[in-house]
Design a protein around this ligand. Structure first.
Ligand code: MF3
Ligand code: CO
Length: 261
Protein backbone atom coordinates (compact mmCIF):
# COMPACT_ATOMS: atom_id res chain seq x y z
CA UNK A 1 0.00 0.00 0.00
CA UNK A 2 1.47 3.34 -1.08
CA UNK A 3 0.49 6.36 1.02
CA UNK A 4 0.36 9.60 -0.92
CA UNK A 5 1.21 12.55 1.32
CA UNK A 6 -0.62 15.83 1.54
CA UNK A 7 1.36 19.06 1.16
CA UNK A 8 1.13 19.55 4.94
CA UNK A 9 2.57 16.11 5.57
CA UNK A 10 5.38 16.75 3.10
CA UNK A 11 6.34 19.91 5.02
CA UNK A 12 6.46 17.92 8.28
CA UNK A 13 8.72 15.41 6.54
CA UNK A 14 10.94 18.24 5.31
CA UNK A 15 11.41 19.49 8.90
CA UNK A 16 12.48 16.04 9.99
CA UNK A 17 14.93 15.83 7.08
CA UNK A 18 16.37 19.27 7.79
CA UNK A 19 17.20 18.14 11.32
CA UNK A 20 18.92 15.09 9.84
CA UNK A 21 20.94 17.31 7.48
CA UNK A 22 22.01 19.46 10.42
CA UNK A 23 22.98 16.36 12.37
CA UNK A 24 25.28 15.32 9.52
CA UNK A 25 26.82 18.80 9.49
CA UNK A 26 27.75 18.31 13.18
CA UNK A 27 29.48 15.08 12.18
CA UNK A 28 31.20 16.76 9.22
CA UNK A 29 32.87 19.11 11.73
CA UNK A 30 34.63 16.22 13.49
CA UNK A 31 35.09 13.46 10.91
CA UNK A 32 38.86 13.14 10.69
CA UNK A 33 41.58 10.55 11.38
CA UNK A 34 41.55 9.56 15.08
CA UNK A 35 37.84 9.86 15.88
CA UNK A 36 35.90 6.67 16.66
CA UNK A 37 32.59 5.73 15.10
CA UNK A 38 31.16 5.42 18.64
CA UNK A 39 32.04 9.09 19.27
CA UNK A 40 30.14 10.06 16.10
CA UNK A 41 27.16 8.00 17.23
CA UNK A 42 27.06 9.66 20.63
CA UNK A 43 27.25 13.13 19.09
CA UNK A 44 24.39 12.34 16.71
CA UNK A 45 22.23 10.88 19.47
CA UNK A 46 22.67 13.97 21.64
CA UNK A 47 22.14 16.44 18.80
CA UNK A 48 18.93 14.73 17.67
CA UNK A 49 17.54 14.51 21.23
CA UNK A 50 18.51 18.14 22.00
CA UNK A 51 16.53 19.22 18.95
CA UNK A 52 13.32 17.38 19.78
CA UNK A 53 13.83 14.42 17.45
CA UNK A 54 13.99 10.72 18.12
CA UNK A 55 16.71 8.49 16.63
CA UNK A 56 14.59 6.14 14.52
CA UNK A 57 17.25 3.52 13.70
CA UNK A 58 17.96 2.90 17.40
CA UNK A 59 16.11 -0.32 18.32
CA UNK A 60 14.61 -0.62 14.82
CA UNK A 61 14.53 -4.40 14.30
CA UNK A 62 16.99 -4.53 17.20
CA UNK A 63 19.57 -2.19 15.58
CA UNK A 64 21.80 -1.02 18.47
CA UNK A 65 22.76 2.57 17.50
CA UNK A 66 21.63 5.97 16.21
CA UNK A 67 23.87 5.88 13.13
CA UNK A 68 24.96 3.30 10.66
CA UNK A 69 28.68 3.99 10.17
CA UNK A 70 29.96 1.95 7.26
CA UNK A 71 33.70 2.29 6.66
CA UNK A 72 35.46 1.50 3.35
CA UNK A 73 34.31 -1.94 2.17
CA UNK A 74 31.28 -1.92 4.48
CA UNK A 75 28.37 -0.98 2.23
CA UNK A 76 25.64 -0.38 4.82
CA UNK A 77 24.64 -1.04 8.44
CA UNK A 78 28.09 -0.79 10.00
CA UNK A 79 27.59 -0.61 13.78
CA UNK A 80 29.45 2.21 15.59
CA UNK A 81 32.20 0.96 17.89
CA UNK A 82 34.67 2.40 20.39
CA UNK A 83 37.28 0.16 18.80
CA UNK A 84 36.84 1.60 15.33
CA UNK A 85 39.19 4.55 14.86
CA UNK A 86 38.96 6.37 11.52
CA UNK A 87 42.22 6.36 9.55
CA UNK A 88 43.62 8.76 6.98
CA UNK A 89 42.37 7.63 3.55
CA UNK A 90 39.18 5.95 4.82
CA UNK A 91 35.70 6.72 3.58
CA UNK A 92 32.73 6.52 5.96
CA UNK A 93 29.11 6.22 4.87
CA UNK A 94 26.80 7.64 7.51
CA UNK A 95 23.13 6.63 7.31
CA UNK A 96 20.43 7.45 9.83
CA UNK A 97 16.76 8.22 10.33
CA UNK A 98 15.00 10.62 12.67
CA UNK A 99 11.38 10.65 13.83
CA UNK A 100 10.09 14.21 14.16
CA UNK A 101 6.47 15.39 13.83
CA UNK A 102 5.50 11.71 13.53
CA UNK A 103 7.44 11.36 10.27
CA UNK A 104 10.70 9.61 9.50
CA UNK A 105 13.55 11.31 7.65
CA UNK A 106 16.16 9.24 5.84
CA UNK A 107 19.40 10.34 4.20
CA UNK A 108 22.94 9.03 3.82
CA UNK A 109 26.30 10.59 2.98
CA UNK A 110 29.74 9.13 2.31
CA UNK A 111 32.51 11.32 3.78
CA UNK A 112 36.19 11.13 2.84
CA UNK A 113 38.49 10.96 5.89
CA UNK A 114 41.69 12.99 5.42
CA UNK A 115 43.53 12.31 2.20
CA UNK A 116 41.59 9.81 0.07
CA UNK A 117 42.93 8.18 -3.12
CA UNK A 118 41.59 9.83 -6.31
CA UNK A 119 40.23 6.47 -7.47
CA UNK A 120 38.00 6.28 -4.38
CA UNK A 121 37.00 9.96 -4.51
CA UNK A 122 35.83 9.29 -8.06
CA UNK A 123 33.60 6.46 -6.76
CA UNK A 124 32.05 8.89 -4.26
CA UNK A 125 31.47 11.51 -6.94
CA UNK A 126 29.88 9.06 -9.34
CA UNK A 127 27.62 7.61 -6.62
CA UNK A 128 26.40 11.11 -5.78
CA UNK A 129 25.74 11.71 -9.49
CA UNK A 130 23.77 8.44 -9.56
CA UNK A 131 21.62 9.76 -6.72
CA UNK A 132 20.80 13.05 -8.43
CA UNK A 133 20.23 11.41 -11.83
CA UNK A 134 17.87 8.94 -10.15
CA UNK A 135 16.05 11.79 -8.42
CA UNK A 136 15.53 13.56 -11.77
CA UNK A 137 13.44 10.54 -12.77
CA UNK A 138 11.18 10.79 -9.69
CA UNK A 139 8.51 12.82 -11.42
CA UNK A 140 4.83 12.29 -12.15
CA UNK A 141 4.20 9.97 -15.07
CA UNK A 142 7.60 8.26 -15.02
CA UNK A 143 7.89 4.68 -13.80
CA UNK A 144 9.80 3.23 -10.88
CA UNK A 145 12.08 1.35 -13.27
CA UNK A 146 13.22 4.65 -14.80
CA UNK A 147 14.90 5.51 -11.48
CA UNK A 148 16.68 2.17 -11.18
CA UNK A 149 17.71 1.98 -14.83
CA UNK A 150 19.18 5.49 -14.72
CA UNK A 151 21.20 4.77 -11.58
CA UNK A 152 22.44 1.42 -12.86
CA UNK A 153 23.36 2.82 -16.26
CA UNK A 154 25.42 5.68 -14.81
CA UNK A 155 27.23 3.41 -12.34
CA UNK A 156 28.04 0.68 -14.83
CA UNK A 157 29.05 3.14 -17.55
CA UNK A 158 31.72 4.33 -15.12
CA UNK A 159 32.94 0.78 -14.43
CA UNK A 160 31.25 0.33 -11.04
CA UNK A 161 28.67 -2.20 -9.83
CA UNK A 162 25.27 -1.85 -8.14
CA UNK A 163 24.39 -3.67 -4.91
CA UNK A 164 21.24 -5.79 -5.25
CA UNK A 165 20.57 -6.88 -1.65
CA UNK A 166 19.58 -3.42 -0.40
CA UNK A 167 17.18 -0.99 -2.04
CA UNK A 168 15.47 2.34 -1.50
CA UNK A 169 11.88 2.52 -0.31
CA UNK A 170 8.78 4.54 0.28
CA UNK A 171 8.99 6.58 3.48
CA UNK A 172 6.61 8.46 5.74
CA UNK A 173 5.18 7.58 9.14
CA UNK A 174 7.12 4.34 8.72
CA UNK A 175 10.79 4.04 7.78
CA UNK A 176 10.05 1.48 5.11
CA UNK A 177 6.85 1.92 3.16
CA UNK A 178 5.94 0.66 -0.30
CA UNK A 179 7.22 0.73 -2.96
CA UNK A 180 10.74 -0.74 -3.10
CA UNK A 181 13.02 1.57 -5.05
CA UNK A 182 15.69 -0.56 -6.74
CA UNK A 183 18.97 0.95 -7.91
CA UNK A 184 18.82 -1.25 -11.00
CA UNK A 185 16.11 -2.16 -13.47
CA UNK A 186 14.65 -1.35 -16.84
CA UNK A 187 13.25 1.88 -18.14
CA UNK A 188 9.48 1.65 -18.58
CA UNK A 189 9.06 -1.09 -15.97
CA UNK A 190 7.27 -0.85 -12.63
CA UNK A 191 4.50 1.32 -11.27
CA UNK A 192 3.71 4.80 -12.55
CA UNK A 193 4.87 7.52 -10.14
CA UNK A 194 2.23 9.86 -8.72
CA UNK A 195 2.47 13.30 -7.17
CA UNK A 196 2.66 12.97 -3.36
CA UNK A 197 4.65 9.73 -3.30
CA UNK A 198 7.58 10.06 -0.92
CA UNK A 199 10.61 7.92 -1.70
CA UNK A 200 14.03 7.31 -0.17
CA UNK A 201 16.40 6.94 -3.13
CA UNK A 202 19.72 5.46 -2.08
CA UNK A 203 22.27 4.11 -4.56
CA UNK A 204 24.88 1.80 -3.03
CA UNK A 205 27.71 1.51 -5.54
CA UNK A 206 30.86 -0.65 -5.42
CA UNK A 207 34.30 -0.01 -6.84
CA UNK A 208 34.68 -3.73 -7.52
CA UNK A 209 32.17 -6.57 -7.57
CA UNK A 210 28.65 -6.05 -6.28
CA UNK A 211 28.45 -9.10 -4.01
CA UNK A 212 28.08 -8.52 -0.26
CA UNK A 213 28.08 -10.73 2.81
CA UNK A 214 26.40 -10.00 6.14
CA UNK A 215 28.68 -10.51 9.12
CA UNK A 216 27.88 -12.54 12.24
CA UNK A 217 26.55 -9.43 14.04
CA UNK A 218 23.56 -9.74 11.69
CA UNK A 219 23.98 -6.21 10.29
CA UNK A 220 27.38 -5.30 8.83
CA UNK A 221 27.21 -5.71 5.04
CA UNK A 222 30.68 -5.96 3.51
CA UNK A 223 31.77 -6.35 -0.11
CA UNK A 224 33.05 -9.87 -0.72
CA UNK A 225 36.11 -8.54 -2.59
CA UNK A 226 36.75 -6.01 0.22
CA UNK A 227 36.87 -3.11 -2.22
CA UNK A 228 35.20 0.12 -1.08
CA UNK A 229 31.59 1.13 -1.63
CA UNK A 230 29.71 4.45 -1.44
CA UNK A 231 26.17 5.33 -0.39
CA UNK A 232 24.26 8.59 -0.83
CA UNK A 233 20.56 8.93 -0.01
CA UNK A 234 17.87 11.56 -0.17
CA UNK A 235 14.20 11.48 0.78
CA UNK A 236 12.18 13.02 -2.05
CA UNK A 237 8.58 13.78 -2.93
CA UNK A 238 7.42 12.98 -6.46
CA UNK A 239 6.06 16.08 -8.19
CA UNK A 240 4.89 17.18 -11.56
CA UNK A 241 7.97 18.23 -13.56
CA UNK A 242 10.59 18.18 -10.80
CA UNK A 243 11.12 16.02 -7.73
CA UNK A 244 11.08 17.89 -4.40
CA UNK A 245 14.19 16.87 -2.43
CA UNK A 246 13.23 16.88 1.27
CA UNK A 247 16.61 16.00 2.77
CA UNK A 248 19.63 18.22 2.23
CA UNK A 249 23.41 18.13 2.02
CA UNK A 250 23.58 21.96 2.20
CA UNK A 251 24.55 22.01 5.88
CA UNK A 252 27.31 19.48 5.21
CA UNK A 253 28.52 21.65 2.34
CA UNK A 254 28.65 24.73 4.58
CA UNK A 255 30.97 22.88 6.95
CA UNK A 256 33.16 21.19 4.34
CA UNK A 257 33.55 24.20 2.02
CA UNK A 258 35.98 23.29 -0.76
CA UNK A 259 36.34 19.78 0.69
CA UNK A 260 32.72 19.14 -0.37
CA UNK A 261 32.65 16.90 -3.43
N1 MF3 B 1 18.46 4.32 6.84
C1 MF3 B 1 18.40 2.94 6.45
C2 MF3 B 1 17.54 2.81 5.23
O1 MF3 B 1 17.81 3.48 4.30
C3 MF3 B 1 17.92 2.09 7.54
C4 MF3 B 1 18.94 1.83 8.53
S1 MF3 B 1 18.71 0.25 9.08
C5 MF3 B 1 18.38 0.37 10.72
O2 MF3 B 1 16.60 2.09 5.14
F1 MF3 B 1 17.93 -0.77 11.09
F2 MF3 B 1 19.47 0.71 11.29
F3 MF3 B 1 17.48 1.27 10.93
CO1 CO C 1 16.70 4.40 3.39
Amino acid sequence: MIYLKTDEEVELMRESNILLGKTYAELAKVIRPGITTAQLDKMAYEFIMDNGGEPACLNFDGYPATLCTSVNEVVVHGIPSEKQVLQDGDVISVDSCIRLNGFISDSAYTFPVGDVKPEILQLLKTTKECLYLGIEQAVTGHRLGDIGATIQNHAEKNGYSVVREFVGHGIGRDMHEDPEVCNYGRRGNGIVLKSGMTLAIEPMICLGRRNVIIEDDGWTARTVDRKPAAHYEHSVCVRNGKADILSTFDFIQEVLGDRFI
